[in-house]
Structures are given as C-alpha cells and as structure tokens.
Design a binder for this molecule. Sequence first.
Ligand SMILES: *Cc1c(COP(=O)(O)O)cnc(C)c1O
Length: 442
Amino acid sequence: MSKLALYGGTPVLKENPEHLFHWPIVNDAMRKAQLDVLEAGNMSGNDITAKFEEEFAKWQHVKYALAHNTGTNSLLAAMYGVGLGPGDELICPSITYWASCTAALGLGATVVFCDICEKDLQIDPASFEAHITPRTKAVMVVHYMAHPADMDKIMAIARKHGIKVIEDVSHAQGGHYKGKMLGTFGDVAGMSLMSGKSFAIGEGGMMVTNDPEIYRRAIRFGHYERINQVYSDEEIAGTNIIPFGGQKFRMHQISSAMGIEQLKKYDAEIAEIDKAMKYFWKGIEDVKGLRMIYPDDPGSDKSGWYASRFGYDPEVFGGVSNTVFAKALAAEVQGQFCAQCNFPLHHSEVFYTVDIFGHGRPTAALNLPKGVDPRALTGKLPVADTINSRLLGEPWFKHFEPDLIDRYVEAVHKVAENYRELLVEKGDDARSGNVALTHRKK
Ligand SMILES: *Cc1c(COP(=O)(O)O)cnc(C)c1O
C-alpha cells in the first residue's frame, strides 16, 4: 500500500488553498485608481505615470525612474542608455529569462554568456571576468529568483575593465545586498512589473538610474513625447522629436495608477512573504538533501521570493530526479512545487547562427571582427548545463498562515521519508541527469 499520493496514498492537502498564493493582492484603492483612469479616458497620458515615477524613484533611492510598457523594453532602454551598439559584447548569465539580453542583438551587439554559481544561482564573478574581451561593453547582472548577485565582486571587476553594469531586477524588486537596494549598484537597472512578478502592476517595466545621460538617451530612444523636456532645441534640431529607436515605450496609465497604490503596500506584503517563507524553511531545514538558497551577508535579503528555488541533491534520494520528486510533492498538495528553472540560454541558436534581419550572415556575429565566433566566446558553462537537475521550485506563500504552511512542511517530510516508492519511476526524467536539455525536446 503506497503512502505517497502520487501512487494513490492519501494526499496531505485535498485542495489547493488558492488564497494563500493569489497574486497580486488587489485592494479598493487600486480598483478606484484604475477606474478613475478609465472613466477619465486618461489611459494614454503621462501625468499619472510621472507621479508613479517620482514615487518609485524615491522608494528606490535613485534620481531617475523611467516607466516602460514592459520590463523587456526597460532593459532595452538601459542597454541603449549605456551605449551598447554594433560590435559590442554584452555579458549575461546563461540561466535567466531571455528578456535579460536578447534585445542586444537588435542593437547590433553580441551576447556572450557566462556561468552562474551553484550555491546561489547568481552570475559567477570569475566566469564573468573570464569572458571579458576588448569588445565587452556591458554586463547584465540578474538578481535571479529574488537572490542578490555578488555586487562587491562584480562592481570591482567591471570598474577594473571599464565595463558598464546593468542590473535586471525583475525578480527582486525591493531587495537588498549588504543593506543597499538592488538596482542602485550599477550604472542603470531595468525591471519587469508584469503581473507574475513580485511588484505586479499589469504589464509594465521601470528603468532606474542616477546618470542623467543614460536617462536622456533612454528617452531619446523610445519616449518621443518627452524628448523636448530633456534635450535642448539645438540638440533636437534637424531630427525633430522622432525617437531614435523608432519605439514607443510609454506605460499604460492604468498600470501606473496601480503602481502608485502598489508602492504603498509592497514593503508590507513582501515582509509577510518573507516571514511565511522562512517559517516554511524552519520546518524543513533538517531534511537531508534539500538546501535553502539564501544570502549569508548581513543586510542582504531575498525580497519577494519570486520563483524561489531550493537545492536538491538526487544522490541523497537514491538518484530520484528532481522532476519526479517535484511530481510527488505536487501530488501531496495539489501543485505549487516544480522542478528546474529557466533553460540555459547559451544553447539557443538565436545567439549564434540565426540570421534575424536578413543580412545573409548570423546576426550575433554581424559586427564582430572576421573569424570571431560568438559560440566560442561563450564556450562551455558547466553549472548552467546541469543546474536544472539539482533544483526544486517551492510554494510561494503570500500570507503568513502557520497552520496551513505546516501542511506543506508535512508534505516535504512525507515525500523525503518515502522517496523509495519513487524508485519505480521509468523514463527520461526518472533519474538525475541533464534534464536541462529535456526542456528543449518538448
Ligand atoms: C519577466 C522578466 C523580464 C521581462 O519583463 P516583461 O515585463 O515580461 O517584459 C526580464 N528579465 C527577467 C529576468 C524576467 O523574469
């Protein structure tokens, strides 16, 4: 008789308590703010967005915040802002969402991938340094899955080599590294504010910087209606206010209105998430083979715990893969657990051979010196290649409800104690291996 719910045993929870995970939390102030925009027909204006930017900049401790329609475009604006262009290389960790770096190709630049650290899933400073060439213009530092990257080391390397630093804070809005807010270390930061992220306002993104020239360039690229606010008549002469990127990046004001309200309650919400997630971890910290991924430095945190992962050691569980282990966990509590993270971007031909614009040559190599192969610039990335077989995704509790969280703790103990039942699983995913690449087969 099986104990595990995966094979017909009694599940720990028969239903998923939806309220515990529902996000974002919408209050009456948000409803009213959005309706006001709608009823005033003010969706495409800029007044509410300007107010949101002002308050966001204050909260983020930066001089400038520039709202965008997506996080992807806030990062593209940041890339253009630091001057990334034809023949330049952008170094980016391979394990991240594609939007961290892909737009660099459209600027005529090449993306060079570096590895991540197994211990915290963040960009590996040594690998970053090893990938620098005379053409390296900028590095994209992603604070991946809510964990801060090692900014002391990264900034030292970047400054030594004269490399611009862009932070992608899409997973860690409001987070800190050694007491200082993420997004304030590099030259500029971009972040997603779409509905799935911790700071969720619909679709939207925010670029933040203390550098007036980066701010101006970002406006020149995709904010036609503001060009004459930051450029003089002489500077505009001959070009009019046509954005150089040919883009329109303005934020929808329903999102801006939601953002203003979100700012008022965000810090309290992520404090509660933090309390709930730490309580969950207290309950399972003694389970051998599982490892919480959390910064050790005082003043560093895992703000919002977006898409948080923890380490899984298949050896401790008889070689049972993380995919199967996650399936067993999910069967106990009706979802919430998963395996893996983003697939390694350095396996995509987009960054090597695809001719995106019809130049008759691979876009990634378009402006590189003859004979320089983008694939060789990236080379082998051993952690990125295998990390997907050693992670599990944890439930993202939005409320501190100990009685309910205890059930998830119970589920973890139950599956860990009965893992031998899982040894019967057959197929590709049953035993640990490089499941990272199975992602691509589907
Ligand atoms: C979501 C995300 C983005 C893109 O943001 P959008 O708002 O979806 O355009 C960029 N980088 C990372 C790491 C993300 O997770």
